[in-house]
Write a protein that binds this ligand. Structure first.
Ligand code: RNT
Ligand code: ZN
Length: 422
């Protein structure tokens, strides 16, 4: 019964869009060409598996909440990722942090990690047709405990982290090679201070030197896409962040690496959507970290906000999809982790869909005619178009639950799997 009603809404929606000059099938194909990279770290509160019970520490990021059911080992995390995949329609990748390697109970420090520690992930991901992305991990470590890594005053500490990033790049390249699709390697580091330093210049010149040293080895762009991620502030780095957006914009433009734009890393009145067209002429590509900032926190679960919708519209309008990567970045331990994980994915996918259903030709015509009123009115009309009927069809075609089935499926997994974890 419900499914036949869905059919009727779908047919009606398709006709409505046709009337506005929008080809719904083309929009569905367009979003099917955009993989969303699922971040591994929502399942275990950014703890990683370097040792049993490892936890996020330092770095100016924080997970709050104590919902039971957290993944305690790699097998549980993989199980959860499989569930998130079932709940999430559309093409996916998986973004791993370096702290999620398989170290077999041995103490392998960050300056000793190798592709072999990720061979299990590569096999697992290949079997599930899930290409991998990678992240250096420059936090939750004694040598990052005072808040500095690549820009540290100590040459020994810097050398340690340079080696870590260099090895992370090699691991990324190994992944890219084996999966036949470039692995995006993201570099984010927490360096900064609570109060204003006097020697900002010193920190930034050391970061520049360290980054250059870690990227000295030339690796094929077909295997690895390095990307640098700036930030406005973190917890404990309110007055100074060495790797600010300005710093990395210059770095990415001159070193020809990708720039990461995290939606939670800018002043709330700044539009990350606006940055896409401003930055793309100068960098080889962008990695979007799809997140949601709320007051001081940059990593709330993604929901269908105006910021996300606008970001996806700008992405759809850019005509540069080949140079934009799309990854999730949020963590919340206060609600069902798997549910939160998939909810953020689904909202991101919905925003992409709605963006590609925009009556683009009409809007552009109003824009080009200088008819500001018609443009504004059309944009308002577009917000209420029946994209949710197209979303239902997309879920049905891909075998993912409809919104009306989503909560129950998450609850069943909590009952059957998560509640059995202590
Ligand atoms: C932190 C950055 C970074 C992290 C992940 C865990 O502010 O957004 O991307 O969230 O590396
Ligand atoms: Zn981020």
């Amino acid at each position: 019964m419900e499914k036949s009603l869905k059919r009727a809404s779908w047919n009606e929606a398709r006709a409505t869009y046709e009337g506005l000059g929008v080809d719904v099938e083309a929009a569905l194909s367009a979003i099917d060409a955009i993989p969303i990279s699922i971040h591994c770290w929502q399942g275990d509160d950014v703890g990683g598996f370097e040792r049993a019970g490892a936890e996020l520490s330092g770095g100016g990021i924080q997970v709050t909440g104590n919902q039971p059911g957290k993944a305690r080992n790699i097998a549980e995390l993989r199980h959860d990722i499989e569930e998130v995949s079932l709940l999430s329609p559309g093409p996916k990748r998986l973004s791993l942090h370096a702290s999620y390697g398989e170290f077999g109970g041995k103490k392998i420090d960050r300056n000793a990690i190798e592709p072999a520690h990720f061979a299990g992930w590569m096999d697992w991901a290949t079997a599930r047709k899930l290409p991998l992305d990678f992240n250096s991990t420059l936090f939750s470590h004694p040598l990052a405990a005072d808040g500095y890594t690549l820009s540290h005053r100590s040459p020994e500490v810097r050398a340690f982290w340079v080696e870590h990033v260099a090895r992370s790049r090699r691991i990324s390249a190994a992944m890219g090679k084996s999966q036949g699709s470039a692995c995006v390697h993201n570099i984010w580091l927490p360096d900064g201070s609570k109060d204003s330093p006097v020697d900002r210049t010193g920190f930034r010149s050391r970061l520049l030197e360290s980054l250059d040293a870690s990227m000295a080895e030339r690796l094929p762009a077909s295997q690895v896409e390095d990307s640098v991620e700036g930030k406005l502030f973190g917890i404990g780095s309110e007055s100074f962040v060495v790797g600010s957006n300005d710093f990395y914009l210059g770095y990415a433009a001159t070193r020809k690496v990708f720039l990461t734009l995290d939606m939670g890393h800018f002043h709330p009145t700044e539009s990350v959507a606006d940055k896409i067209s401003a930055v793309l002429p100068f960098v080889p590509g962008l990695l979007l970290h799809v997140s949601r900032g709320v007051r001081w926190d940059s990593d709330h679960v993604v929901t269908l906000t105006d910021e996300l919708s606008e970001l996806c519209r700008e992405l759809a309008r850019s005509g540069q999809l080949g140079r934009i990567r799309f990854g999730l970045d949020y963590f919340d331990a206060s609600i069902n982790r798997v549910g939160a994980w998939a909810l953020g994915y689904r909202s991101a996918r919905k925003a992409l869909l709605a963006a590609f259903l925009e009556p683009h030709a009409r809007l552009l015509a109003a824009d080009e005619a200088g008819d500001g009123f018609a443009r504004l009115a059309l944009l308002e009309e577009a917000k209420a178009l029946p994209w949710s009927a197209v979303w239902d069809e997309y879920c049905l075609r891909s075998g993912a639950p409809l919104d009306s089935e989503f909560i129950a499926q998450v609850a069943a997994y909590a009952r059957d799997v998560l509640s059995k974890r202590s």
